[in-house]
Design a binder for this molecule. Structure first.
Ligand code: FAD
Length: 564
């Protein structure tokens, strides 16, 4: 394993979604040497996912709204959020939202006030759109800094520490070559992990690799069991965003025989109309509202039949008479994609959407290891068991700035630690096991084919067993199968071959992350927020604490409920 190239920089930023872009721009503006590394291209990740029209940011209305906004977040989080982070958000977002143009985003303030998804109170919403234009703007802005270097199609593989602090990292560049980075600090902004699910509404680069990077560097993860699932269109155009507000005009959701999915599931006293109307007010599933039966019905039926084609929605054509901007913008966007909700056969299913949990951070985005910062969706931020719409983009701005300010001070007062090729090679050997560059091409191809099958199987297992509806039996069966799958993977062999390195990394991450998710979901023996446990169908005050994940001495995940 040869590492022939070394880059020295003050700060390594991983990820170029909103959070990474904001932090890199701030740090470069302070005069630090910054290396921004991104798995795909500049302006990627969930922030700039091409299959969605726009993103909203929810902004505190005025001083009087600060307390109301905090209470909204608190109520929805079901006790699982951090109050200090939420306070920083509601206080600072009005100023941060004004800074969107500085990172190339023309955020348009919607006329009037709107209630964001799940929000009981209306406030200002800023709309972000036109990803290609933003990408051009970001390139131009970054190009103005001599001290900011960008590496696209490059993956951060692992972080290196000198005793207890960050001293470097190993990258896999666009040509599958290994690169050693010597740095004083690392800001991880690698997003969530939606693509570990077979059906998801994330781009492929949002795969949870940052969670493993941070965990293995000594950070802790929290709230990993709270993942948002959102109905997505499976047909006529797979993976298209579904506008839940249209359910006001939906009569029913039916199977391929035209039978209602809701009829057998709805409890006494809840009508189909009521369920659909409540469901029209929020995108992601929540156990906290009576609309939960809509998603539970879909997932139960999928579990029983293995049908992944989705279920048909019966729309009233009057939908197209609604002239509100909220409807016309979405319906026109669908039309551009050749979809008509009233004329076409529209089928939907639950898709993995956004992770509420992540790296445990403080107010400055610090992840518990000197020189390590985590921001954006990778961090466990102001969301809890549920997540208010429009706060994730805003949190990228608020905590991107906070982390950059703290990190800037930190690197100013810190020298470089020790990070060399020997340390990097030893670390890679520890991660992937014995390297084996001398095997035949045929053997390597077979190992690669097997690794691909393993990652696809993990994605399938998670979608079926770790979705909205969960049970101890399913989670435990999923965990056993994944542990077994891991035994046959020849990661060292794959990593020895440059062309299979990315596959080796992805397979290793999926094996580790899937087990962490399943363990966390198993430990939470209650239904709360973003999930429903068939065997524990109620929220239980005994589980009113957050679940932390760390790495134990033998490298296995250690889980503990704590009141932090
Ligand atoms: C369909 C959809 C709709 C949404 N709507 C809203 C909304 O209206 N309002 C709202 O507030 N939020 C919304 N969200 C959530 C919000 O978009 C995300 O939480 C937020 O944009 C995440 O930004 P980020 O910068 O943290 O990560 P991302 O934008 O996901 O960026 C992650 C970056 O990290 C890179 N990366 C990953 N791993 C590595 C690695 N190992 N090495 C190097 N680079 C790496 C990726 O290539 C990418 O550039 C939505 C999400 C989805 C999927």
């Amino acid at each position: 394993m040869e590492i022939n190239r070394t880059i020295e920089t003050d700060v390594l930023v991983a990820g170029s979604g909103l959070a990474g872009i904001k932090a890199a721009k701030e740090l470069a503006g302070q005069g630090h040497q910054v290396l921004l590394v991104t798995k795909m291209k500049v302006a990627s990740g969930s922030s700039f996912y091409p299959l969605k029209a726009s993103l909203g940011t929810q902004v505190t209305k005025d001083r009087a709204d600060e307390q109301v906004f905090l209470e909204d977040i608190e109520e929805l989080s079901r006790g699982m959020h951090r109050r200090d982070l939420a306070e920083a958000y509601v206080r600072e977002i009005p100023e941060r939202v004004e800074e969107y143009p500085e990172i190339g985003v023309d955020a348009k303030k919607l006329e009037g006030e709107r209630k964001a998804c799940f929000a009981p109170h209306a406030r200002d919403i800023y709309l972000l759109a036109d990803w290609e234009k933003i990408r051009r703007n970001v390139r131009e802005i970054f190009g103005g800094y001599d001290n900011l270097r960008v590496m696209e199609r490059t993956v951060v593989l692992t972080l290196l520490k000198d005793s207890d602090r960050i001293a470097g990292a190993v990258l896999l560049d666009a040509d599958n070559e290994l690169v050693l980075v010597r740095c004083k600090a690392a800001v991880l902004a690698t997003g969530g992990f939606g693509s570990i699910y077979k059906h998801n509404l994330n781009p492929k680069d949002v795969d949870g690799s940052g969670h493993i990077l941070a965990l293995e560097a000594g950070a802790r993860l929290v709230n990993m069991e709270f993942i948002q699932f959102i109905p997505g269109i499976t047909s006529p155009k797979y993976k298209t965003l579904f506008g839940e507000h249209t359910l006001t005009y939906c009569r029913d959701i039916v199977d391929s025989d035209g039978e209602s999915l809701l009829d057998p599931e709805l409890p006494d006293g809840l009508s189909k109309r009521e369920c659909l109307d409540i469901r029209s007010t929020h995108g992601p599933f929540t156990h906290s509202l009576d609309s939960k039966w809509f998603d539970i019905a879909m997932m139960k039926r999928i579990g029983d039949t293995g049908n992944e084609d989705g279920f048909r929605l019966l729309f009233d054509p009057a939908l197209y008479d609604n002239g509100e901007e909220f409807y016309t913008v979405y319906l026109d966007w669908l039309k551009e994609r050749g979809i008509d909700l009233a004329l076409d056969e529209i089928r939907i299913a639950p898709f993995a959407h956004a992770s509420n949990g992540g790296v445990f951070i403080d107010l400055d985005g610090r992840a518990g290891v000197p020189g390590l910062y985590s921001i954006g969706e990778l961090s466990c931020n102001i969301e809890g068991a549920n997540r208010l719409g429009g706060n994730s983009t805003g949190a990228c701005m608020v905590f991107g700035k906070r982390a950059a300010d703290h990190c800037g001070e930190y690197v100013r007062s810190t020298g470089f630690g020790r990070a060399d090729a020997g340390m990097a090679e030893a670390r890679l050997a520890g991660m992937f096991g014995e390297f084996d560059p001398h095997v035949s091409g045929e053997e390597a191809e077979a190992a690669a084919e097997h690794a691909r099958e393993v990652t696809e199987r993990i994605r399938e297992i998670l979608w079926y067993n770790a979705n909205v509806v969960r049970s101890e039996e399913d989670l435990s069966a999923a965990l056993s199968e994944i542990r077994k799958l891991g035994e046959g993977v020849r990661a060292g062999l794959l990593f020895s071959r440059p062309g299979f390195r990315k596959l080796a990394v992805r397979t290793r991450n999926f094996l580790k992350l899937s087990q962490i998710l399943l363990l966390a979901m198993t430990e939470r023996r209650e239904s709360r927020g973003a999930h429903y446990r068939e065997d524990f169908p109620h929220e239980d005050p005994a589980f009113g604490r957050r679940l932390f994940v760390s790495v134990s001495e033998d490298g296995s995940p250690d889980l503990e409920f704590r009141s932090e």
